[in-house]
Design a binder for this molecule. Structure first.
Ligand SMILES: Nc1nc2c(ncn2[C@@H]2O[C@H](COP(=O)(O)OP(=O)(O)OP(=O)(O)O)[C@@H](O)[C@H]2O)c(=O)[nH]1
Ligand SMILES: [Mg+2]
Length: 329
């Protein structure tokens, strides 16, 4: 679950064929061979790009071909080289051969470049084969095929946004609605025992990673409930989503609940409460209006962003995704 995966095919360009030709010029009897070489095929190069943070885009786009070399021509014209292509992948991606599982390259540094598939060499034209004993060679080479590889990409994810809240606040349900993660969901506290990550996509090319962690309760820093050991998973998140149940399914006062979690965060690491936070009022389909109003007022007074959502009806989910993305960029 902490790993994002993708399979891609890379195909380097084939080399162009060599050409068979002879000079034909007026007043030059028996002109020599003049067939040019084929151009080399283009290479496929993988490049680690700090702007990319997930492998999500490879779900839509997973075959990458470099350009083929042009064939040689008469008058000793060499064919044009095929164009190289660069495939940009996130820093931290491990690339393996899909069939053998062998590790090909670990992209640990930004701008790390690795030629993954070499273009085929262009074939020699007949001019190349002329010698003192054979002045009219009538053979030329075909270009060689470019390399083709099936690759498996693996990326260890770091979450951009972390979900915090009481048990049953609806954290796992939310992540299951906005990402492909499928954590266990149930109407009893502490359903989630292990942190889960999900990749949230916005449109075709934007995404962020969200972490679902076990619920917190008052005294978590003293070991109550499942404790706060899971908070280390969100220490590197840049945004916190603080989920507060405003439905009749919870009998807790929303403000009391909010403050309890905030103080547990601070107990764990005083910097956690300083992170940009969005207060997320959950289960709006079953909302108790007085709770919503109370939380709303509190957020306004404390200059906090608040969004109302329902993972059942989908209310507010797009707004939430966009807001998180804005805070991250
Ligand atoms: N009506 C309604 N119920 C919801 C909504 N979101 C979650 N629930 C229900 O609330 C209960 C708890 O949901 P979970 O997603 O498991 O809550 P959690 O915050 O992950 O809980 P823990 O893992 O125990 O911390 C489940 O019964 C869900 O079906 C919602 O938007 N509307
Ligand atoms: Mg859960």
């Amino acid at each position: 679950m902490f790993i994002d995966e993708a399979k891609i095919t890379v195909k380097a360009g084939d080399g162009g064929h060599g050409c068979i030709a002879f000079r034909r010029e007026k007043f030059v009897p028996r002109g020599g061979p003049s067939g040019g070489d084929g151009g080399d095929g283009g290479n496929v190069v993988l490049v680690a790009d700090p702007q990319e943070n997930t492998l999500l885009r490879f779900r839509y786009d997973h075959i990458f071909k470099a350009g083929r070399g042009s064939h040689g021509q008469g008058s000793n014209k060499t064919g044009k080289r095929g164009a190289d292509i660069e495939v940009r992948i996130p820093v931290g991606t491990l690339v393996c051969d899909e069939k053998t599982g062998e590790v090909i390259h670990d992209f640990t540094d930004p701008q790390d470049r690795f030629p993954i598939a070499a273009g085929g060499r262009g074939g020699h034209g007949n001019a190349h084969f002329a010698s003192s004993t054979n002045r009219t060679p009538s053979r030329a080479q075909d270009g060689l095929p470019g390399e083709e590889k099936q690759l498996k990409l693996e990326l260890k994810l770091l979450a951009d946004a972390g979900l915090v809240g009481y048990p049953n606040a609806g954290k796992s349900t939310l992540i299951s609605r906005i990402s492909a993660a499928r954590p266990k969901i149930a109407d009893y506290p502490f359903t989630t025992l292990e942190p889960q990550l999900g990749v949230v996509s916005i449109g075709m090319d934007k995404s962020f990673v969200v972490a679902d962690i076990p619920g917190l309760i008052e005294g978590a820093h003293l070991g109550h409930g499942l404790g706060i050991q899971f908070l280390r998973h969100i220490e590197r998140c840049r945004v916190l989503l603080h989920l507060v149940d405003v439905s009749g399914l919870s009998d807790e006062d929303p403000i009391v609940e909010y403050k309890a979690i905030r103080s547990e965060l601070a107990e764990h690491n005083p910097e956690l409460p300083l992170k940009p936070t969005i207060v997320v009022a959950t289960k709006m389909d079953a909302a108790v209006p007085s709770k919503v109003k109370k939380l709303q007022r509190w957020c306004r007074q404390n200059d906090l962003d608040m969004i109302r959502i329902s993972s059942v009806t989908g209310e507010g989910l797009e707004e939430l995704k966009n807001k998180v993305f804005l805070k991250l960029s």
